[in-house]
Write a protein that binds this ligand. Structure first.
Ligand SMILES: NC(=O)c1ccc[n+]([C@@H]2O[C@H](COP(=O)([O-])OP(=O)(O)OC[C@H]3O[C@@H](n4cnc5c(N)ncnc54)[C@H](OP(=O)(O)O)[C@@H]3O)[C@@H](O)[C@H]2O)c1
Length: 261
């Protein structure tokens, strides 16, 4: 397994949910951290604890990654500190639940900018440097919903399909340059995700629900074992595997009923 000890890891969306767990696990493995999100306070609190417990260096950057040019601004701030990022965890993201036509174009644009364009730009900026150095790890967070169209989460699911396909393609493209790209696809997990998406928990969602810590552990382990793509949780894996034998119209009906869309 590869090691992150003494390296610099950048975690986006580090103020809650999976992001807090990614930061904690990477700190336990001895990585120095750059934490990014809009809310400073939860990141500062965690940074204080992790510095004390693990003796690592941590930089907290407050930034709205849905703003145009945010990725480049973040890169400049990190460059100014003479930090080289060895591990990029593209975690920041959120969903919009409900009827597509009830969602404003501005809401959709902001979500797609964060879920797809910020991920693309950060990967381009930091991936190039990693390729020049001949080493690096990039983790993408897609979703179970990225494996089929999902009415009720139409644009969000499509954004995660983009993340899934981009990450899997880049795994092959960047491998010869020494850069590992891994895609982690979680199903429903107990974070702020559902509340922010305005999604109520259906029976199916409750059945699939996982704690964030094992999902994050799987993602980091898979990345350090140089895997290209991994689905978290046995039931989620069965759903994804079952898609191979299910017509696409049926796949989306099943997922629509699962999310209550
Ligand atoms: N939990 C699930 O059920 C689930 C399932 C599949 C995939 N995922 C994916 O997992 C990732 C993490 O989500 P989570 O479940 O941990 O949800 P979460 O608890 O709501 O965390 C989302 C994180 O993204 C950050 N973020 C949101 N908008 C941002 C912006 N404009 N700029 C910078 N940071 C921003 C938030 O920080 P601030 O608000 O402080 O900016 C927060 O730290 C997302 O990509 C999500 O799509 C989640």
């Amino acid at each position: 397994m590869d090691s992150v000890a003494g390296k610099w890891a950048l975690v986006t969306g580090a103020s809650s949910g999976f992001g807090l767990e990614f930061a904690t696990l990477l700190a336990q493995k001895g990585a120095n951290l750059v934490l990014v999100a809009r809310r400073k306070e939860p990141m500062e609190r965690m940074a204080e604890r992790l510095r004390r417990d693990h003796g690592i260096d941590i930089v907290v950057e407050t930034l709205d990654l849905s703003e145009t040019g945010a990725a480049a601004r973040l890169k400049s701030r990190i460059d100014a500190r003479l930090i080289h990022i060895d591990v990029l965890v593209n975690n920041a993201g959120y969903g919009l639940f409900g009827n597509f036509l009830d969602q404003s174009v501005e809401q959709l644009r902001e979500m797609l900018q964060l879920n797809m364009l910020a991920v693309t730009e950060l990967t381009h900026l930091f991936g190039r440097e990693m390729a020049n150095r001949g080493s690096g790890h990039i983790l993408f967070i897609a979703s179970l919903l990225g494996y089929q169209a999902t009415p009720g989460y139409a644009a969000y699911a499509a954004s995660k399909a983009y993340v899934l396909l981009l990450g899997e393609a880049l795994n092959a493209e960047l491998k010869p340059h020494g850069v590992v790209v891994t895609v982690l696809s979680p199903g429903p997990a107990a974070t702020s995700f559902a509340a922010i998406a305005s999604q109520r928990n259906t029976r199916m969602i409750r059945m699939l629900m996982m704690e964030p810590a094992p999902v994050v552990r799987l993602g980091i382990d898979s990345m350090l074992r140089r895997r290209s793509s991994v689905v978290a949780g046995l039931l989620n894996k069965i759903i994804v595997f079952g898609n191979r034998f299910t017509p696409r119209t049926l796949q989306r009906l099943i997922m629509q009923s699962a999310v209550g869309g």
